[in-house]
Structure formats: C-alpha cells, structure tokens
Design a protein around this ligand. Structure first.
Ligand code: ADP
Length: 640
C-alpha cells in the first residue's frame, strides 16, 4: 500500500499532463482549421463579389452605351475606366448580331491583350458563351485555356438594342483575379488555387507559397452558369505538442511535482525503515533494561529525574510515574564518595548514599554516575547506575561485630585464666583470714563474759561469714573452671534472699533506691545450688539498677518476689522486676546470645551466666514486661 499510493499519484500526474498536452494540441488543430475555413470563405466571397461587380459594370456600360446613341468614344472611355478599376480584365469587346445567320461581329473593343487575339480566332467559343448568356438572360462564362498566359475566363452579358442582339464580353485573367482580390497577408500563409470541378488547377495566387497539406479546405464558388472551386492549403505544419512557454512550464511543473512525490515517497520509505530499526532497537534496549538488576536513573542538570528503569523502581518501591519529574533525593549530603562526577569523563568513582523506600525503610546504595552530552558537547544531564549494597553493608557490620566478639572472647579467656589463678592464690589468704578471725573470736570469748554479745565479736563473726562466702565463691569458680557441676541441695530461698539483701544494696547507685521483697512465707525450700542462685539474683538485680541509672531515686524500684504457682504447686517462682525501660527491640537478640550489650562498658555476659546457671539447675530464665513497663525476669525451681 505504501508503494501503491505514491506510484498511483505519479502515474496520475503523468497521465493528466499527457492528456492535457494532447487536448491542447487538438484544440490548436481545430482552431487553425476553423481559421482556414473562415479565411477561405472570405476569399471566396471576395472573388465572387469582384466578378459580380464586373458584371454590373458591363451591364451598366451596355445600357449607357445605347443611351449615348452608340457613341464609340463613350464605349472606349467607359471600358477603359472599368479595366482600370478591375486590372484582371484584359479586354472588353462589344459584339453585335446583324441578323446574318446568327453571326456576331466585333463592333468595338478596348484593351489589347493576347487573349483578344485568341478571341478573334476563336469565334466558336465566343459564340457559345454569347448564346449561353442569351439563353440564361444573364451573365455566362466560359473558360479558355491558354498555354502561354494561363487560364482566362470569358464573361459575357447579353442585351437587345432595337432588336439587335448585343453581347459585351470581358476577358478576365484568373491569376490576375486572385492577385487583385486576395490580399498579400492571406496569400502569404495559405496556398490558394482556383480549380474546376475535376480538380484541375486554373489559377494560383502565389506560386512561391506551398501548402503543407495539414490544414486544407475546398469551397465551391458558384457563379453564373459555372462552379469554380477555391482550394486553400495552409503553410502551417501540425501543432507542436508543446506550443508555448506556458505549456512548457506546466509540463516542467508536472515533472517537478512527480519528482517531488517520488522524493517524498523515498524519504517516507527511508523514515519508515529507520523507524522500524529504531523500534527494534528500543525493544532490544527495553529487554536489556528489564533483564538487568542494576537500577538505572537519568537526571537533568537540575537533578530532576528524567528516566528510571524497572530495577530502580523495584529498589525504591515506587512506580516510574511517581519518580519521573521529581527531584533526586539529596543523598549526596550523606555521600561518602569523594568525587562523584569526574568532569567530562565516563570513569566514575562510586558514591555511597542512602535512599528512602516508599514504605519508609531505607536502603544503602552505590551510585556510579556519568555525564550525558548533547549534540554540542555540553552536559545535558547524568546517567547513574545504582547498586543496592544494603546486604553487603549489613554483612560487613556483622563481620566487624563478630570480630569484636572474638576479641572480647579472647580477653575473657585470658580473664578466666587469670581468675582461675587468682582463685587458687586467694584460697590461702582467705583460709588465713578465716583462721585469724576464728582466733580473734576465741580470744574475745576467753577474755570476758558475754563476749558473744559484744559488738567486736559480732563484727568478727560477720567478717568471718563474708570470708567464708568469699571462699565459697572462689571454690565455685574453681569448680566451674574445673568443669565440676553444681551441687544441688535444699535451699531456703527466703533466707538466701534476706541474707543477700545487704550485697544487693551495695549495687544500688544511690542509698535511697528502693528494694522491695515480696516473699510468700509459705514457700518451701527449693532444690538448687546456693552459690549459683546467689549469682543469678545478684546479676538480675545489678542489671535492674543499671537500667534505671538515670531515673530519679524515688522512681528506682527493684522488687524481688517469690510465690508458688497455682498451676503447679511443686515449684516456686522467683521474680526480679524493676520500673526501668525494659528490654527494647533487641530483646530477642539479647536473650538468645552472649556478648550482646547496650552498655558502653558492658560485656553482655550477665544474662548469659544466669541462663547457664539456671540450666544447670534444670530451670529456665523467662523475660516479660512488668506491670509498670519495666523488665521482669522469672525462673522456677522445684520445691525440696
Ligand atoms: P551487660 O550487663 O554486661 O550488658 P547482660 O547480659 O547482663 O550484660 O545484659 C545484656 C543487656 O540486656 C544489657 O546491656 C541491657 O541492655 C539489657 N538488660 C538486662 N537486664 C535489663 C533490665 N532489667 N532492664 C533493661 N535492660 C536490661
């Protein structure tokens, strides 16, 4: 179809132009023909009119000659006048019949042409024409061929004068007749001949003018008793196909138009092919873009986004429509890359930035940008490829945290070794202290009465208890180090907690911090290890006070509670709760792993130790929110 329309138009233009040219040629032909016909008609009328005029002049001469009493002089004067006005007349003669055997005699004659001689020697011809004129009672003509002088016409007019038959005969040269009646401008472009019925040429207007036979016309010119034929043949050739400048310019313009249509069609075909190529390239590019996982983003020089690919949309969780036309996130503020765009070069350094997704979360990305140059070489915008490096960064930070933990672990191992040595070394001095304190007590008892109630004795007793406890702790540490398990046995928790209270108080940041005990007196003893349980309670209360360190003293409240659960009376539940902030988002991480801490100087071991100790006692540390919003740690122990 694309080929048919332009070809159709071109053919149409060619056909119409050709048809117009042919039509104009035909029109010209017809016009020339009409012109020739009208000219020939005019010439015929001129010839016939001249002959009629000659007839009238001869009739008038005849009449006037009779009135002038047949004056010879009068005849000559009038005849000469007629011949002067009509140069084609060679001679005028007057013939009379004297009644002698119908014989005519020349009475008078004017003019001396060779034709006159011919007439005198050709009476028969004269006689017949005169007789014809008489019979017809009007003019009669007869043609006389003369080799030397061409064809002559004898024109006779008959009258009767006192019963005498009288005939006036004019000898007319046909060549002269044509020359005097047909003007030069007509003869100049048309070959004009007088012919008889059979087509024999009687006279020619101008022998030098030869017709081309293209425009011809033959016209009958009836006169008197004869019919002559006027034959016109124009010297003009057939009309040319391109007769004038106007037609030439029309043809030229048509060719130009056809060429323009062709050029347009060629251009259109080229464009269509180019468009097709462009479309396939576009499809190729789109497929390529869809397959890539790298986000692509183009911006103008003002930072307005002009293009994004599917991967970029997925990355930031927004649609193309939402992104196009918006200002690119001013992520460069938080950029860590130094030179973002190398001037005029495609080699770029990566820019690290943080983009906000539609759901409010943010992702870490690495952006590589290259300038886009327009036709003049000026920077018209930037094309950036964007890589999501969130996972990479998270892995990197996890790795560094792991490293940190490994460092801490190695420190702890060292510390463990030191503690083990310390415990070993401390055992001797503690035993010595204990012995000295016992000796001191013994001395006091020996020194006086009621020494047991004296203040000094009491203090020595308390010091001995603490030294014993220290020894116990050290023994537990040694046991722990030597992987010896706990020593479960019946433990009176009310007593344990009450006795632990002074140590707990020592951990409180301020002296007026509140420590409440909510112990159910009906609770039986439990199966456990005294030292481990003390460690657990000390760690939990220590954490509780540290969580409320910034609270006003009055608000720092730690409650240690104990009760028997109704669902299982075989157990006793011990709870340490506080009025602090409780564990935040990281609760799960803290409870399930060691070394997780939120404190600057924390080790993340306290809860881990509690967990391990309770597991050794077949129990489990459970975290929950206290009614005041603070942390609540609980564990169950089987009653003894
Ligand atoms: P550390 O005390 O050395 O940080 P822990 O294992 O004892 O190690 O505690 C781990 C983390 O648990 C603490 O850093 C703290 O953030 C949190 N935590 C423990 N107990 C409480 C509590 N009662 N209230 C609030 N946060 C607590």
């Amino acid at each position: 179809m694309r080929l048919v329309i332009p070809l159709g138009v071109i053919c149409f233009i060619v056909v119409v132009t050709g048809a117009l040219l042919l039509a104009s040629q035909n029109l010209e032909h017809a016009r020339q023909e009409r012109q020739l016909v009208s000219d020939t008609l005019w010439a015929e009328q001129a010839v016939v009119f001249e002959l009629q005029r000659v007839v009238e002049a001869m009739q008038s001469l005849e009449r006037d000659f009779a009135l002038s009493s047949q004056s010879e002089k009068y005849f000559h004067v009038r005849a000469a006048a007629i011949m002067q006005r009509s140069p084609e007349i060679g001679r005028i003669s007057l013939w009379q019949d004297h009644g002698d055997n119908d014989k005519l005699h020349v009475i008078m004659s004017e003019g001396a042409s060779a034709a006159g001689d011919a007439l005198t020697t050709n009476d028969d011809e004269l006689w017949s024409v005169a007789r014809k004129a008489e019979t017809m009672r009007g003019p009669a003509i007869s043609l006389l061929q003369d080799r030397k002088h061409g064809v002559h016409m004898l024109l006779a007019v008959t009258t009767y004068l006192d019963s005498t038959r009288q005939v006036i005969v004019a000898s007319i040269s046909l060549d002269q007749l044509l020359a005097s009646t047909i003007p030069w401008w007509f003869a100049h472009q048309t070959q004009l001949t007088l012919e008889d019925f059979e087509g024999n040429v009687l006279a020619t207007r101008d022998h030098h003018v030869v017709g081309k036979g293209v425009y011809t016309h033959r016209l009958a010119a009836p006169f008197a008793d004869e019919t002559l034929y006027l034959d016109a043949d124009s010297t003009l050739g057939p009309p040319s196909l391109i007769p004038n400048v106007l037609t030439l310019s029309v043809v030229g313009m048509s060719i130009l138009l056809a060429w323009t249509v062709y050029a347009l069609w060629r251009d259109l075909a080229w464009r269509t092919a180019a468009e097709k190529r462009l479309r396939s390239q576009q499809a190729f590019r789109e497929a390529m873009e869809a397959s890539t996982i790298t986000g692509m983003r183009a911006t103008d020089t003002a930072g307005i986004i002009t293009y994004v690919n599917q991967a970029y949309c997925t990355m930031v969780g927004r649609s193309t429509g939402e992104l196009i036309g918006t200002l690119v996130e001013s992520s460069r503020d938080g950029a860590t890359g130094c030179s973002v765009r190398a001037e005029g070069s495609a080699i770029q350094k990566a820019l690290e930035a943080r983009l906000t997704r539609s759901d409010g979360t943010s992702i870490d990305v690495a952006i590589f940008e290259a300038p886009m140059l327009d036709g003049t070489g000026a920077v018209s915008g930037y094309m950036a490829s964007v890589l999501d490096v969130t996972e990479q960064k998270r892995n990197a930070s996890l790795l560094s945290a792991q490293n940190e933990r490994v460092n801490r672990l190695s420190r702890l191992i060292t510390m463990g070794e030191m503690t083990s040595t310390l415990a070993h070394e401390m055992n001797q001095p503690l035993t010595a202290i204990n012995s000295y304190l016992s000796a001191g007590k013994n001395l006091l008892e020996a020194a006086g009465h009621d020494a047991e109630h004296s203040e000094a004795y009491q203090m020595l007793e308390k010091a001995r208890y603490q030294a014993e406890r220290a020894g116990l702790v050290i023994r537990r540490i040694r046991q722990f180090v030597h992987k010896s398990g706990p020593v479960p046995g019946p433990v009176d928790m009310t007593q344990l907690i009450t006795e632990l209270l002074p140590l707990v108080r020592l951990q409180a940041p301020r002296p007026d911090s509140v420590i409440e005990l909510d112990l159910d007196a009906a609770c039986p003893s439990v199966i456990g290890d005294r030292v481990l349980l003390e460690q657990v309670l000390l760690n939990l209360t220590k954490n509780a006070f540290e969580a409320m360190a910034t609270w006003p003293s009055a608000d720092q409240r730690v409650i240690v509670a104990m009760w028997r659960p109704e669902d299982d009376m075989q157990y006793v539940v011990i709870e340490v709760r506080d009025s602090g902030p409780g564990l935040g988002e990281e609760a799960n991480a803290i409870l399930s792993s060691s070394f997780t801490t939120t404190k600057a100087d924390g080790m993340g071991l306290g809860l881990s130790v509690c967990r391990t100790a309770l597991e050794l006692l077949d129990s489990r540390l459970v975290y929950g929110k206290s009614p005041t919003g603070g942390a609540s740690f609980q564990f169950r122990l089987r009653s003894a």
